[in-house]
Design a protein around this ligand. Sequence first.
Ligand SMILES: C[S@@+](CC[C@H](N)C(=O)[O-])C[C@H]1O[C@@H](n2cnc3c(N)ncnc32)[C@H](O)[C@@H]1O
Length: 243
Amino acid sequence: MLRRWLRDYINQKFVRGNINKNDRSGALHRAWGYIYTSFIEGDYFEFGVYTGDSLIESFKNYKIAKNWIDHQLVSDEFWRRETAKNYSGHVPCFHALDTFAGMPENQEDNPTFAKGNFLAEYDVVSNRCQRNGLKAPQLQLYQGLFKDTQDKLYTNVGDKKAAIINIDCDLYESAKDVLEICGKFIQTGTVLLMDDYNTFSADNNKGERRAFREFSGNSNLVFEPWFSYAYTGQSFLCVEEKK
Ligand SMILES: C[S@@+](CC[C@H](N)C(=O)[O-])C[C@H]1O[C@@H](n2cnc3c(N)ncnc32)[C@H](O)[C@@H]1O
């Protein structure tokens, strides 16, 4: 029994990690584990980077999932090698967007999200990512308001789709812009992480919740609630289906 467990562990038959961790790292672990075990191709998008904590955490969890697929390729089981073969060449790009000048002007009237809060420097974040192994061309950093860097994002993404969209920008107007920009990237299987879904006391008329309610109400996409995480986060699985 122990020998079989040890052999399976070394062979990495399963993605290794703690799926019961309910923090942001745990959410990113579940998201990447789901994407890789479902063989979904697509890029990672993070809207609201600040100093890069969740971006780097996402990259670490991506590497855990990537490590699993690499082990499948050399598995002693034929079907594992075959199923992994077509997918293993896929390398997701990490698109990370922020003003890198703090929160923009906004109407939320909340001191936490006042203009200029969450200030981080582009070069510092870029260097920090590099020290953690995440660098261009796999990493694409975009400096400016989301709507102002949209064209560059579209050029870089081309006709690729999203594996994971991590919205961590707190504000209604920002989240509204993000969902409008990202609509065309969403495919069946895309994971949508909304880090601040229940911020503003889960008020349906504020913040990311309002932006999501309005966007999903006018969309042909179906958003299946998946798990909630950390203090205010909510994840969704996206399905392309006519309502
Ligand atoms: C809570 S912080 C992000 C936290 C980050 N994910 C982390 O791991 O620590 C929110 C970020 O969203 C950015 N942001 C909000 N609205 C934005 C917009 N419209 N365009 C660009 N960046 C925006 C802010 O500059 C801020 O850095």
